[in-house]
Design a protein around this ligand. Structure first.
Ligand code: FE2
Ligand code: FE2
Length: 178
């Protein structure tokens, strides 16, 4: 199954393939692979928002909760604590502060979305406002992914020295062993 492919398994639970840890040898490739996976998960979130009573919605809600509450915070920590600080001296356009502001906006929406997903995962209808928050998050995070892929990743490829890249990889790896 390719990274990010989520589909109900025989047991009825949605499986979202994790990104291969070996990709951490190239931490920027790892983050880009996570971005591709996040784009798939955003489409699943929109699907659950559209049809919260659909048969696959409960297992998708479980997978989306794991992403939003466990995996995405790690990804954001990789960026805010490990990657962005190493690029600060090279950022001439305010890109990093704009990306941090988008993370803060995402965090506020995620609190509401997670509450709705917990209800869907438990077989109940989400609160009013869930679908709108999910759509706003999906649209905003999709723009964020495009900005990181088209501006942040090229900046990092240009500016990070090999020793910075190695330290970045070590920090991201340590974050996943905790
Ligand atoms: Fe990212
Ligand atoms: Fe980000």
């Amino acid at each position: 199954m390719p990274p990010g492919d989520a589909r109900p398994t025989a047991s009825g639970t949605a499986h979202v393939a994790p990104i291969q840890a070996a990709l951490l040898d190239d931490p920027l490739a790892f983050l880009s692979a996570e971005h591709a996976r996040q784009a798939v998960l955003l489409a699943h979130l929109e699907r659950v928002a559209r049809e919260p009573q659909a048969r696959a919605a409960r297992s998708l809600a479980v997978a989306l909760l794991r992403w939003l509450t466990c995996e995405l915070p790690l990804h954001i920590a990789d960026e805010e604590r490990s990657l962005y600080p190493r690029l600060a001296a090279f950022d001439e356009t305010g890109l990093l502060e704009a990306l941090r502001a988008e993370h803060r906006h995402d965090r506020r929406l995620i609190a509401d979305i997670a509450a709705g997903l917990r209800r869907v995962a438990g077989g109940r209808a989400p609160e009013p406002g869930f679908a709108e928050a999910a759509r706003e998050f999906a649209a905003g995070h999709r723009r964020h992914l495009i900005r990181e892929e088209t501006a942040l990743t090229p900046l990092a490829r240009r500016c990070l020295a090999p020793n910075s890249m190695a330290t970045l990889a070590a920090e991201m790896s340590a974050r996943r062993r905790r």
